[in-house]
Design a protein around this ligand. Structure first.
Ligand SMILES: [Zn+2]
Length: 131
């Protein structure tokens, strides 16, 4: 007897996979940028050599870029973890704002969404986000 295999994966499977990917990405970004090392170790070569202000500024701005990237990845991971919580609570797919069902098309596109489009854009505005 054939076991019916769903062509769609369960949302929590997709979310777990997303979370793992984001964790790897964040770790990779952090390591590459040396975020897990003390700052003086990264710019040590600049500081112990003849202090060239331009080099130091460059080193710091690269670090800022990586910090931002890691921050964004972290935010994403938080959202995915939050969505997984909703799965555990049995509230996955229900909008946190208006308690209406989030359209399946939106969840397919953004499995980590915990709000409908209207509530999300309202929330983004309140939290000063533009995405
Ligand atoms: Zn809503």
């Amino acid at each position: 007897m054939a076991i019916r295999k769903g062509s769609e994966r369960a949302p929590e499977e997709r979310l777990e996979a997303d979370r793992r990917n984001l964790e790897h990405l964040a770790a990779a970004c952090g390591e590459e940028a040396g975020l897990h090392r003390p700052l003086n170790e990264i710019v040590g070569g600049v500081i112990t050599g003849i202090p060239e202000e331009a080099d130091l500024a460059q080193a710091l701005s690269d670090r800022e870029t990586s910090d931002l990237l890691v921050h964004l990845l972290d935010e994403n991971r938080e959202q995915v973890e939050h969505a997984l919580e909703r799965v555990r609570e049995g509230a996955y797919g229900i909008c946190e704002g208006c308690a209406r069902r989030i359209p399946a098309a939106r969840l397919k596109y953004q499995p980590a969404a915990t709000r409908c489009v209207e509530c999300q854009s309202q929330w983004d505005r309140m939290n000063g986000r533009t995405a």
